[in-house]
Design a protein around this ligand. Sequence first.
Ligand code: THU
Length: 147
Amino acid sequence: MWISATEKKRLERAARKAVRQSYFPYSGYPVGAAVLTGRRKIFSGCNVENASYGLTNCAERTAIFKAVSEGQRTVTAVCIYVPAGRPATPCGACRQVIREFGPHAEVVCVSPGHAPIEMTLDELLPRSFGPEALAPRTDAPAGKRKR
Ligand code: THU
């Protein structure tokens, strides 16, 4: 999905600011993210780790959940900022969460001193599963549909 150069800059700035709040005592790997919604609003987030490691929330999902909980359900673009290291593309779980609200979202992965990686969600998660698959079935008699 198309975003302007100005929007991309704003998005990256928001992701860079968000990484300051990252809670990463276990991995030592801070991440900031920001999403641009269909209504052109920006929501940012960071990774939030947990002593029960599996409960960690990635920066991308933090940002998306913030947007959705504020009433925004379309993701146009996502920026992921890793301050120390190479640009990181979203993990599998985050790709699926982006897919829910931005099946064609632009994903920009940024780290200082490296060329950014820019891809679309379709490229990152081809042949993906999404909400349409769960649309009401029309091939079963009404009385036999699962509830
Ligand atoms: N992480 C993110 O926040 N986003 C990614 O795309 C990759 C991984 C976080 C999760 C965990 O806190 C740390 O990075 C190391 O996996």
